[in-house]
Design a protein around this ligand. Structure first.
Ligand code: NAD
Ligand code: USQ
Length: 397
């Protein structure tokens, strides 16, 4: 199939371009290389060195023996979006090209507004461009499990049956997102659902959990093909940060009690799930929702797993609690479904520790590089709009 990847230079996008090519698909994509700028703005760098746009394209061609149409441009520029879709005429569009960080969106007014404009406009542009240029293509849109928030009931996949005052309906499950970033994804879900209804587009909205890891099938040995791995307070996600912290002998930073629960999945599973979604498209006019994660864990369970894996590799890893810079429930119920992907062939990876081990082994080679940025490991962006570095606190007994 012809698969267009919006956000092809990112953590998931650069991996997906290779994974899908390895699976026999024909890939093209666009990116404005913004992730590189955001990470520099928060005074950090990818733990695994990444190469320039030109070097990536060249390495891809050498490794897969076919050229890659990877254009640098803005998804918020409608003429650019319609032109690339018209040139490539994809069967599927995987939309990863948005600003993905909750803390970055919470920095101040400017960052929250920018996040919502960038994310909502890029998605709306893709919806309009699909209608105009490729109305039969299938949109696989990256949303987030965080759209649902932390409700005190089970979380279905997008919709649920409601009975109210004696009448029943099948309605979108309430969204109660926990950051301006997560809110942007809620708005996208509504817009995408509406576009399917009025224009007969087909879309799969992926409520993805937190992704971790460095490895995926199809990745060759060429360092130019490695995907990025961030560890700063904005662009590093929990397990990735913990593995980096283990490598540089920094205490693992559990926020608050560390009892918050989330769905997690290794990078290799994210690649498999997105490919399954592409290969099993929604019907014309259908808007469907997939919850995408392997297993749910508490953050402290993951920190202690990282500690165990670190010990097996000879690392002395401490786990410490820091006052939580976020406004979030720490003790909460969490029981989301994830049946839709299982029905089309997804077998979730269960072995988080093996994945952590592979990641730590990959990261050890870059220990000196990471060490230079150790100052970014303790957060100071707070949900109340102020900046103050989190202090170490005693664990709850
Ligand atoms: P990423 O920041 O590495 O990738 C996003 C890419 O999109 C970046 O390379 C960025 O430069 C590009 N981009 C952003 N705005 C653009 C614009 N206007 N025009 C062109 N390019 C633009 O993020 P990621 O971790 O690869 O995540 C990809 C998607 O998956 C995001 O939508 C994110 O919200 C979602 N997601 C990620 C995770 C995770 O744990 N990584 C979990 C759930 C959902
Ligand atoms: N946390 C810690 N210590 C850390 C980092 C995080 O305790 O050093 C805690 C946070 O307080 C939070 C949880 O771990 O409770 C997850 O935080 P995270 O930074 O790993 O993930 P999050 O901010 O939720 O965002 C990430 C991606 C985002 C995606 C989301 C999926 O950055 O793009 O949408 O995961 S989900 O969490 O399911 O919404």
């Amino acid at each position: 199939m012809k698969v267009f990847i919006a956000g092809i230079d990112g953590y998931l996008g650069w991996a997906l371009a290779q994974y899908m090519t390895h699976q026999g698909h024909d890939v093209a994509g666009v990116d404005l290389l913004l992730r590189r700028q955001w990470v520099a703005e928060v005074n950090s760098d990818s733990a695994i060195p990444i190469y320039s746009h030109g070097e990536r394209v060249h390495a891809f061609q050498q490794h897969f023996n076919k050229p890659l149409d990877f254009r640098v441009g803005d998804l918020c520029d409608y003429d650019f979006v319609t032109k690339v879709l018209d040139d490539f005429r994809p069967d599927a569009i995987v939309h990863l090209g948005q600003m993905p960080s909750a803390p970055y969106s919470m920095i101040d007014q400017k960052h929250s507004v920018w996040t919502q404009v960038n994310n909502i406009v890029s998605n709306l542009n893709l919806l309009w461009a699909m209608r105009e240029v490729v109305p039969d293509a299938h949109l696989v849109k990256l949303g987030t499990m965080g759209e649902y928030g932390q409700p005190n009931i089970d979380i279905p996949e997008g919709f649920f049956e409601v009975e109210f005052r004696g009448r029943k309906d099948y309605l979108p499950f309430p969204r109660q997102a926990g950051s301006w970033y997560h809110q942007s994804k809620v708005h996208d879900s509504h817009n995408t659902h509406f576009a399917c209804k009025i224009w007969g587009l087909r879309a799969t909205d992926i409520m993805q959990g937190v992704v971790f890891g460095t490895q995926f099938p199809g990745l060759g040995n060429d360092p130019r093909l490695r995907t990025r791995l961030d560890f700063d307070q904005c662009f590093g996600t929990a397990i990735n940060r913990f593995c980096v912290q283990a490598v540089v002998n920094h205490p693992l930073t559990l926020f608050g009690a560390g009892t918050m629960r989330r769905g997690f999945l290794p990078l290799r599973d994210a690649m498999r799930c997105l490919t399954l979604a592409v290969e099993n498209p929604a019907q014309k006019g259908e808007y469907r929702v997939f919850n995408q994660f392997a297993e749910a864990y508490s953050i402290s369970e993951l920190a202690y797993m990282t500690q165990e894996v670190g010990a097996e590799l000879g690392l002395n890893v401490a786990v410490k609690h820091y006052d939580n810079p976020r406004t979030e429930l720490e003790e909460h119920y969490y029981n989301p479904d994830r049946e839709n992907l299982l029905k089309i062939g997804y077998t979730p990876s269960q072995d988080v520790k093996s994945e952590m081990r592979l990641m730590i082994e990959d990261l050890l080679a870059h220990k000196d590089h990471i060490q230079k940025y150790a100052h970014v490991l303790v957060p100071d962006i707070r949900w109340d709009g102020t900046r103050r570095k989190s202090a170490e606190i005693a664990p709850k007994t």
